[in-house]
Design a protein around this ligand. Structure first.
Ligand SMILES: Cc1cc2nc3c(=O)[nH]c(=O)nc-3n(C[C@H](O)[C@H](O)[C@H](O)COP(=O)(O)OP(=O)(O)OC[C@H]3O[C@@H](n4cnc5c(N)ncnc54)[C@H](O)[C@@H]3O)c2cc1C
Ligand code: SF4
Length: 512
């Protein structure tokens, strides 16, 4: 084997040709290392499709690097010499190749980065330029601010990127944010485009067999795997969305519909998060579609806001606040996660729909995650670490830097309002307004206290009553508490009793 000058470790979510640590590699002297390890695949029970995606995309990327003439060492999960962890493999290859330098782009997971920093090797770290805002830039923006707000961060990112700006620096359309136009329910008869599917090639087939053999105890179906694993296929998925989904994305961003798991959503988050798509190119394509009059402004601005606003913002908060952030628990919740999150075995139609499709596709769109499964966990007082582990395990796109702030901060409000100024709690009325789920539910969304009443209704008021000391003073909750105060005492008591009954059922391990 030729002597290695630089050994560059590429992680499973770093599959970008322009990864900073890959820049300036010498094909004669340097080696790229990719490793499939049990620790990363099983520290939570990741959905089998997610493991398959990452391993298959890694293998395809390794082949593409070899085609470029670069030297690559690839360790498969079943390699008998595989030590089972990323630091273990780095140490093993360090002693096999004796490189002069070790190079690595910063990780997406605090736990892994820390274990690499602690592994006793001198690593040359590279900042991850695939994001618009570096960790250092975010922390200097956040410095001295009492409260962070995504909206102000987002404006900075618009200015920095120049996206959707007029010549004088003002926002196109006269406003920074058109979210108010993006909350329409799906009109009857409007069908979403059918999802683009990718069939498995021989390399992916091998990976699917490996995953079936090694991860049969993880929740989620493997046989529906249809996700892109190469840069070209990810591009095809993106082009399909530009043509068929984006124009309606803005209007129906918050809508939900039975047996429609994807609606007008792009389904690109997993491909983007592992490096098969490039953030800046996506944003430029969306802006170009707007200037070419192919899509309305609320779709263009809404999509760009998700990418350079929310996505960059949650990453910034994560790196600013870790590791303490992971232990936030404002409401002191301790209830275990109900078993039906892993099986879909519930009579609540909205929960059943969201969980079933998550098990089937490793996918649910934002509003399902926030206002259905997330809302239930918030109202039911589930321990934040338990629900965070579920989101990290079940979704194809879930990596700690993006999953944790979204779940612990946005959904559970467990960080005390650092990420969002108020909890996104809602009764069944919200779900009724934004979906057709309630029409086919055994529970009555119009009822709150009867035995067949929608569980979200009483749990919502129960949540507000039991946390009044923490939430009543929040200006944005003023109206909600006024409504509570207007209720008669007997109504409040009936809501409390029904909420207590439902929570007792959860504690007894019963589904409803
Ligand atoms: C509780 C909870 C957990 C989440 N966990 C993850 C996660 O682990 N990984 C993940 O990528 N997204 C996560 N999100 C954000 C969002 O739900 C997904 O990005 C989105 O559903 C992915 O589907 P899509 O590609 O069809 O997105 P679209 O709805 O088409 O949106 C376009 C893109 O915007 C980005 N985006 C939108 N909202 C967010 C957000 N809040 N944070 C970060 N990026 C965003 C994504 O890259 C997404 O691909 C979570 C949201 C919630 C409420
Ligand atoms: S009635 Fe309640 S539980 Fe049933 S689908 Fe509607 S919101 Fe969900």
């Amino acid at each position: 084997m030729n002597k290695t000058h630089r050994l560059c470790l590429v992680l499973g979510d770093q599959l970008s040709f322009d990864l900073p640590s890959l820049k300036g590699l010498d094909a004669e002297q340097d080696t790229i290392l990719l490793v499939e390890v049990m620790e990363e695949a099983s520290h939570v029970p990741h959905h089998p499709q997610k493991i398959a995606l990452i391993f298959s995309a890694m293998r395809h990327f390794a082949e593409a690097l070899k085609q470029l003439g670069l030297r690559v060492q690839y360790v498969t999960l079943d390699d008998p010499h595989n030590s089972g962890s990323v630091p273990g493999e780095l140490r093993r290859w360090q002693s096999l190749l004796h490189p002069v330098e070790l190079h690595l782009t910063e990780c997406g997971d605090w736990r892994l980065e820390q274990s690499l920093k602690d592994c006793g090797l001198a690593i040359h770290w590279h900042s991850d330029s695939r994001f618009l805002c570096t960790r250092a830039e975010f922390s200097s923006w956040a410095k001295d601010k009492k409260q962070l707000r995504m909206e102000f961060f987002y404006r900075e990112m618009r200015r920095k990127s120049g996206l959707l700006l007029n010549g004088d620096g003002s926002p196109v359309g006269g406003a920074w944010n058109f979210d108010a136009e993006n909350r329409k329910a799906l009109p009857k008869g409007l069908r979403a485009p059918s999802p683009m599917r990718f069939s498995a090639d021989a390399m992916t087939q091998h990976v699917l067999e490996l995953v079936a053999k090694n991860f049969s105890g993880h929740y989620g179906a493997l046989d529906n795997f249809d996700y892109p694993v190469t840069h070209d296929d990810a591009q095809a998925l993106w082009d399909y969305f530009l043509d068929w989904g984006l124009a309606a994305f803005g209007d129906y961003q918050d809508a939900m519909a039975s047996d429609e798991p994807f609606l007008f959503h792009a389904r690109i988050s997993a491909a983007l998060n592992i490096g098969l798509l490039d953030l800046r190119k996506l944003c430029n394509d969306v802006e170009a579609a707007y200037w070419a009059h192919r899509i309305p402004l609320n779709a263009a601005e809404g999509f760009i806001r998700q990418l350079i606003g929310w996505r960059e913002y949650v990453r910034g908060v994560y790196w600013l606040k870790m590791p303490d952030y992971a232990y936030g628990n404002l409401f002191g919740n301790s209830r275990p996660l109900p078993e039906f999150y892993w099986t879909g075995d519930t009579r609540m139609n909205c929960m059943g729909q969201a969980i079933d499709q998550s098990l089937k596709h490793a996918y649910a769109h934002h509003i399902q995650r926030l206002m259905v499964t997330g809302n239930f966990a918030l109202l039911a007082g589930i321990a934040p670490t338990r629900i965070c582990d579920w989101y990290l395990a079940i979704y194809m796109d879930a990596f700690d830097w993006v999953e944790l702030p979204n779940t612990l901060g946005m959904v559970m409000h467990a960080d005390g309002g650092y990420l969002g100024s108020k909890p996104y709690c809602a009764s069944g009325q919200y779900i009724k307004r934004m979906s057709d789920y309630c029409r086919n539910c055994v529970y009555k969304v119009s009822e709150s206290t009867t035995d067949d009443a929608c569980p979200f209704n009483s749990l919502y008021w129960h949540f507000l009553m039991r946390h009044a000391d923490l939430l009543r003073g929040n200006q944005r909750m003023g109206m909600v508490y006024k409504n509570l105060d207007r209720m008669t005492e007997s109504k409040q008591q009936a809501l409390w009793d029904r909420g207590q009954k439902l929570l007792a059922k959860l504690d007894a391990g019963e589904s409803f």
